[in-house]
Design a protein around this ligand. Structure first.
Ligand code: F6P
Length: 254
């Protein structure tokens, strides 16, 4: 039984590797929505991929969320490798333990690396935003984000993320009317990969998702199926780490 399950997962990986626009797909068994342990498995797989790609002078941009928290908890120091971690975005209205900056500090600790943070309030108006972008300390971190060799990030279901961030009724309506399905890096997008709404926060933008960066995408759970298939139309990734629930869904989409 166990042997059959393993080869089944291998099969999913092989098929998805042939069809998805990524260099590598890793699949862990189960459904993260049904079983908390699956998130740890995703974390383990992601930590493993990261270990293979990270170098001593690597700058790693990280996003927030519970999946990234699981990745952070699975990281360990590697000999002579001390990466620098930077958060992808300033405050997006996430809970403290799920904020990119908290994950960033935890990842740096786990790998004996270092970190730089973006000190920005969760919600800033347009004027304050423009002013903050001129701050040398903010500019410094943005230039690190631009230079980053690696990006490790989560993806969420659009409405679930908007709820988690206590979006206004007006914002919820915009997302619903435009059929937003996914969220990544503070962008909400529809199933065709069109941006519906972008949160006004400081840090990484879609334009920073360039080919020179190794992008590791980690997500699991049936509730994220649509978000992940839309993500490939919205952005790009090099290494995709998903659970079986999403893997099976993506295969039905081909
Ligand atoms: O809020 C940061 C973030 O990475 C979002 O971009 C993403 O949608 C979400 O976290 C995923 O959260 P979780 O891993 O808890 O599902």
């Amino acid at each position: 039984e166990v042997m059959r399950d393993i080869s089944d997962i291998d099969n999913l990986e092989v098929k998805l590797n042939q069809t998805l626009p990524v260099k590598k797909v890793k699949v862990v068994p189960g459904d993260a929505d049904q079983d908390e342990d699956v998130k740890q498995l995703l974390g383990q797989a992601a930590a493993h991929e990261m270990n293979q790609l990270v170098q001593d002078d690597s700058i790693v941009t990280v996003t927030g969320g519970s999946t990234m928290a699981a990745v952070a908890s699975q990281l360990h120091p590697i000999d002579r490798i001390r990466p620098l971690f930077v958060p992808a975005r300033g405050g997006l209205g996430d809970m403290h333990e799920y904020q990119a900056s908290s994950i960033c500090v935890q990842m740096a600790k786990q790998m004996n690396g270092s970190y730089r943070l973006l000190y920005v309030p969760d919600t800033v108006g347009k004027e304050v935003y423009a002013k903050m972008m001129e701050e040398p300390a903010v500019k410094d971190v943005i230039s690190l984000i631009e230079k980053a060799n690696m990006v490790i990030h989560g993806i969420g279901d659009a409405l679930k993320m908007a709820n988690r961030r206590k979006a206004s009724a007006e914002q919820m309506d915009i997302l619903k009317e435009n059929s937003a399905v996914g969220e990544a890096f503070g962008y909400y997008f529809d199933q065709n990969g069109k941006t519906i709404h972008q949160l006004n926060s400081i840090g990484m933008t879609k334009e920073h998702l360039t080919d020179d960066k190794n992008v590791i995408t980690v997500a699991g759970g049936t509730s994220k199926c649509k978000a992940i298939s839309a993500f490939f139309k919205w952005g790009r990734s090099d290494v995709l780490i998903i659970d079986e629930a999403i893997a099976r869904y993506l295969l039905t989409q081909q």
